[in-house]
Design a protein around this ligand. Structure first.
Ligand code: IPM
Ligand code: MN
Length: 358
């Protein structure tokens, strides 16, 4: 996608508060596109829990082929109280990640000005790193099964799959990303794994890591076991620049990351297929928060942050930077809190404040 063409976006507002926060992200997109002079078109898809309950389908036939025609996908939230856990996760979110081979899950952990962190004595200068999570393998691969199900002798397996290709492309992308990010404090990439216990799968990661690190002498290679990483993220978050990790560990540490950056109201992520022609998907991390639906109280900052990430990775870095700056003006000078209902403003007003500060 070059900066001159019109950006073609697929929008999946989803369930619960998903549509409300998506509306604010689209409002910001409309405003920033005028300021930066680019055009875009959006196509809405009604996929999610409501549609599943109506039709029994998570994704209709041809959905993935249809999505391949877009430059990027924006996802509000999926999750419905009447749908059994696992169905929408597996049938929609993970299905799209896998089918579109979005092998990078990018999760910035950035404390914006004015946002409260539970870490005493830490501020925006200390909490500013990015997690690059592998997004297609590991225990998420769906390999496993039962033996003697529902008997006292039941056995279940859930196999972690790691491939040389899978870890190599993720590690290499993380090195490139660290180089591009060019942290003035020094470029450091930390591999987070558990090589002392997962002596097969994470040994594969470790060997790939050592080989690839040689190609990036300007980046300091660093390693943490995942348990130690959880300690350091709380005690010394300023240590981190970029973290690269496996899918399952990445899932866990990014929720820890979301909390230290001020909660699910601010945390955003991208599911990225960086290959030529790859289609990536951006989402706030908060989920559908059904109890806040329709009350104009949910925080749209994460959703607007996800839009900034989409722009950054879709050929509009200046627009992305403008949105990121506006978000920080609004958190730093306007909002009272990042929690739903306590922001001092409604969902729509926060969206408008971001637009006014672009
Ligand atoms: C995330 C979420 C998903 C995951 C769930 C909803 C399947 O927790 O994006 O981190 O585990 O990857
Ligand atoms: Mn998660």
């Amino acid at each position: 996608m070059n900066g001159k063409q019109s950006l073609k976006l697929a929008v999946i507002p989803g369930d619960g508060t998903g549509p409300e926060v998506t509306a604010e992200a689209l409002k910001v997109l409309a405003a920033v596109s005028k300021l930066e002079g680019f055009t875009y078109e959006t196509t809405n898809f009604d996929w999610g829990g409501e549609r599943y309950l109506r039709t029994g389908e998570t994704l209709p036939a041809g959905a993935v082929a249809e999505l391949r025609r877009f430059d990027a996908i924006y996802l509000g939230a999926v999750g419905h109280p009447d749908v059994k856990p696992g169905i929408l996760e597996k049938g929609l979110l993970l299905e799209l990640r896998f089918q579109l081979d979005q092998y990078i899950n990018l999760r910035p952990v950035k404390l914006y000005p004015g946002v409260e962190t539970p870490l005493a004595g830490k501020g925006p200068k200390d909490i500013d790193f990015v997690v690059v999570r592998e997004n297609t393998e590991d225990m998420y691969a769906g390999v496993g099964g039962w033996l003697k199900k529902n008997t006292p002798d039941e056995v279940a397996t859930q196999t972690a799959i790691y491939t040389r290709k899978g870890c190599e492309r993720c590690i290499r992308w993380a090195f490139e990303f660290t180089r591009r990010r060019n942290n003035p404090k020094g470029k450091r990439l930390t591999l987070v794994a558990k090589t002392n216990v997962l002596t097969y799968g994470h040994d594969l990661w470790w060997r790939a890591w050592q080989d690839i690190a040689k190609e990036y002498p300007d980046v300091e290679p660093d390693y943490n076991h995942v348990d130690a990483c959880c300690m350091w993220m709380v005690k010394n978050p300023e240590h981190y620049d970029v973290i690269v990790t496996t899918n399952m560990f990445g899932d866990i540490i990014t929720d820890l990351g979301a909390m230290i950056q001020g909660g699910l109201g601010v945390a955003a992520g991208g599911n990225i297929n960086p290959d030529p022609g790859g289609v990536s998907m951006y989402e706030p991390m908060g989920g559908s928060a059904p109890k806040y639906t329709g009350q104009n109280v949910i925080n749209p900052i994460a959703a607007i942050g996800a839009m900034s990430m989409l722009l950054e990775h879709s050929g509009q870095p200046a627009a992305a930077a403008r949105v990121m700056k506006a978000i920080q003006i609004v958190t730093g000078t306007k909002m009272k809190s990042q929690s739903a209902g306590k922001m001092g403003y409604g969902t729509r007003e926060v969206g408008e404040l971001v637009c006014e500060n672009l």
